[in-house]
Design a protein around this ligand. Structure first.
Ligand code: GLC
Length: 749
């Protein structure tokens, strides 16, 4: 539809119809007979409002969505189609690794392909919008939603958010939203939700504006620059003002500075929550604040539908604000082609053929192998030899739930378990028992209230029985692979934890097995960095599998037996202990740099734990060794502008290393470039990631890996909050993780 037709449509809509477009209802309003009790009554709405709503979330299935859309459009006064939205976070039914694992791939192209598959499956099943990618930077493993982020670094998050938005929306800047297989991306949660104080979900966020701008905003900006169709407000406060009612954040920063012109949707009931935050005394005031902040869609709170008409009648808000929001929603529907085809890609037959097809599974398996991180490999115990007698022990050996908390449509029956994956590549030396559980996943007294169900260990065999069998099995084996981990529901929304160690029953299994066999490889399933100190001490190798998704068992088996080689690097630091949190790479030097000498107590360190994390951001090893030669620079002076030619030619320094594969196996190394601004008008972080390259080398092969350094990469918010670079000396690091000291220096003039 042309813009003038949208203008004419808006003009022809009455006030109630316009306000209806801002209402998003949950699925239960449309799936059964019109729900006049319960939810409808709670929201104070009736059938009229239900058939004026602009969007619905969490309806699944082409047949169901088409039926709802048909009925709805017959009753909507101008037959304006509904938008169908849902949380397709890491896949629709073909489930990919959790986003925190996807960040470990350092492979934006792969992540874009995964997002594309998720979009194709979700749109053929009738959906139009996904509440993904989450662009929130995270530095606190206590927060359950770290699993949904791509990690602690803004540069990596920018690349990943761009890849996901382009994967979802197809092509550049969402130009092909209407095309088959494209779904509108909703970047979230604006802004800085990942900095919740104490890692407690929904908690207050205390950030300086400089940290907000330097570290947290770039990934949202990347989403806007990639053309994300929607942005979602975050639950938290910023500067003591809840984001959903924060005019500075939404109008000055998001819309004006970041140039976002898409649809702004609140998070779940976040408009009503302005009352509980204490900045609105009722839903009418909450609606006014959210409208003034420019929030277009009210997700399920019912505030807008019940209070905007009165606010306009009382001149509490201008009808112009309403019209702007309605137009943005109509334009989104138009970009998706819904006025021409309200069912978009929904197709029951094609759903059956395409969803979870082998091609999608293959991509999910590649994604899992490229996101599982090898953290330790003493004596090169990995890859495993098929000639050895190996026992596979742990609650995850036959566990079917290998997908993350937000995998709403993931199903156990579609998941390749560890046992199945191992049996696909290893038959064992005889038919003796080589697989056993060893312990339950959860401690006996633990109950987890998940997204759709309760999980506990109540109907399990006793841990004593399980342990006895495990010890007997371990005694007969040359080598043990232990499969341990937290449950998916230990993370995700509402999954904050003060203790980030494995359940006691699993640690008891680990201790008992360690007593009878010291050839232990440990594979960990988790949605966050866990405290691995005790695991690290008694494991010769550690593979961190995160929640690898539908093909997890096959990917893990391929890595264990060397059918595939690990290449992933950590997207988030692993704390030595929870007491270190927040711990992240490239922190500030402070005025009392710890020099290792504890005799001088007046230094920035702890008395009982180290400053450094157990494993740093960017770390990960593989089945070969890489050697980095010294960093070479094409020159040592970089000019802000190339004054010699009096043109705005960008000056560049080429920084390079020679990388050599020193081992007997091929390998992929993620070469990382970090830059340190030694001093500035404000304190500068010890280093920040500015580039990375995936390099595959055969045994003995050498390759020159080159990065370009430009003045733009050196910009930050200076003492006056101007986004500039400052002349001075810089350190350049190139290596295989964020603690490499392989460096050189240059000067910016
Ligand atoms: C939740 C989450 C958000 C999600 C939304 C819809 O509360 O915060 O990420 O997209 O509600 O499910």
């Amino acid at each position: 539809m042309e813009q003038q037709n949208l203008d004419a449509l808006l003009k022809d809509m009455d006030l109630d119809e316009k306000i209806g477009q801002l209402l998003q209802l949950s699925n239960n309003f449309y799936e059964e007979e019109v729900v006049m009790t319960g939810p409808a009554m709670q929201l104070g709405i009736g059938e009229k409002e239900i058939f004026r709503a602009g969007s619905v979330l969490s309806v699944f299935g082409a047949e169901k969505i088409k039926a709802i859309q048909k009925t709805y459009m017959e009753k909507q006064p101008h037959h304006i189609p509904l938008l169908f939205m849902a949380d397709i976070i890491n896949g629709y039914k073909t489930i990919f690794p959790i986003p925190l694992a996807q960040g470990c791939s350092f492979n934006p192209k792969l992540i874009q392909e995964c997002a594309r598959i998720a979009a194709k499956e979700a749109t053929v099943a009738g959906l139009h919008v996904t509440f993904s990618p989450m662009a929130d930077l995270v530095r606190d493993a206590r927060w359950g939603r770290v699993m949904e982020s791509t990690g602690e670094d803004s540069f990596l998050n920018e690349q990943m958010v761009t890849a996901m938005v382009e994967g979802y929306q197809g092509g550049e800047k969402g130009a092909e939203l209407a095309s088959k297989g494209s779904i509108a991306a909703c970047v979230k949660h604006f802004a800085a939700y990942g900095a919740a104080e104490a890692g407690r979900d929904y908690n207050n966020v205390e950030l300086s504006e400089r940290t907000l701008r330097d570290d947290y905003l770039p990934a949202y900006q990347a989403g806007v620059d990639a053309g994300c169709a929607l942005m979602m407000t975050s639950f938290n406060t910023l500067n003591h003002i809840p984001a959903t009612g924060n005019k500075w954040l939404m109008r000055d920063i998001l819309r004006r500075e970041m140039d976002f012109s898409g649809v702004l949707i609140s998070d779940w009931a976040a408009i009503e929550e302005l009352i509980y935050h204490g900045i609105a005394s009722n839903k009418e005031e909450a609606s006014k604040l959210a409208m003034e902040a420019g929030v277009d869609i009210d997700m399920v709170s019912g505030c807008y539908i019940n209070h905007i008409a009165k606010l306009i009648a009382d001149n509490g808000i201008a009808e112009q604000l309403l019209d702007e929001s309605v137009m943005r929603i109509l334009q989104l529907k138009n970009k998706l082609g819904l006025f021409e085809n309200p069912y978009k890609d929904a197709d029951e037959i094609e759903s059956k053929n395409m969803i979870l097809c082998q091609e999608h599974r293959e991509r999910a398996k590649i994604a899992a192998t490229e996101t599982i991180v090898l953290l330790k490999n003493e004596e090169s115990i990995l890859p495993l030899s098929k000639k050895k007698r190996i026992a596979f022990i742990g609650p995850y050996v036959e566990e079917e739930r290998l997908y993350g908390a937000w995998s709403l449509l993931g199903e156990n029956k579609d998941t390749v378990t560890v046992r199945t994956g191992v049996e696909n590549v290893y038959r064992g030396s005889s038919d003796e028992t080589i697989f056993c559980r060893g312990s339950s996943l959860l401690d006996p007294n633990e109950i987890l209230y998940g997204f759709n169900g309760i999980v506990n260990a109540h109907n399990e065999q006793s841990n004593e029985v399980l342990l006895t069998e495990a010890i007997r099995t371990a005694e007969k084996a040359d080598l043990i692979v232990l499969f341990l981990g937290e449950h998916a529901y230990h993370t995700g929304e509402g999954g904050s934890r003060g203790d980030i160690t494995l359940p006691n029953c699993q640690m008891q299994l680990f201790r008992e097995i360690s007593k009878v066999n010291d050839n232990i490889v440990t594979v960990i399933f988790a949605g966050r960095p866990l405290d691995l100190r005790k695991i690290e001490k008694n494991s010769k190798a550690i593979l961190y599998a995160w929640f690898p998704g539908s093909e997890g068992g096959n990917a893990i088996a391929d890595l264990l037996f060397g059918e595939k080689y690990p290449s992933a690097k950590l997207s988030m630091s692993f704390p030595y202990s929870v007491g270190q949190i927040p711990v992240y790479y490239g922190g500030f030097s402070t005025g009392r740099v710890f020099n290792g000498d504890r005799a001088n107590r007046f230094q920035s360190t702890y008395q009982d734990i180290p400053n450094e994390p157990l494993y740093p951001f960017g770390y990960g090893i593989t089945y070969t060794e890489f050697q980095y030669d010294a960093v070479a620079l094409s020159k040592n002076i970089l000019q802000k502008r190339d004054l010699i030619h009096h043109e705005n030619v960008i000056d560049i320094i080429e920084a390079s290393v020679i990388l050599t594969n020193m081992g007997e196996r091929m390998g992929v190394e993620i070469v990382q470039l970090y830059i340190c601004d030694i001093h500035g008008s404000v304190s500068r972080p010890a280093r920040r990631l500015k580039g990375f390259q995936r390099v595959m080398l055969q045994p003995g092969e050498r390759k020159k890996v080159t990065f370009e350094i430009t003045e733009k990469m050196l910009r930050f918010y200076d003492i006056n909050m101007n986004y500039v670079s400052e002349a001075g000396e810089f350190r350049v690091f190139i290596g295989g993780d964020s603690i490499t000291m392989n460096e050189s220096r240059f000067v910016l003039e």
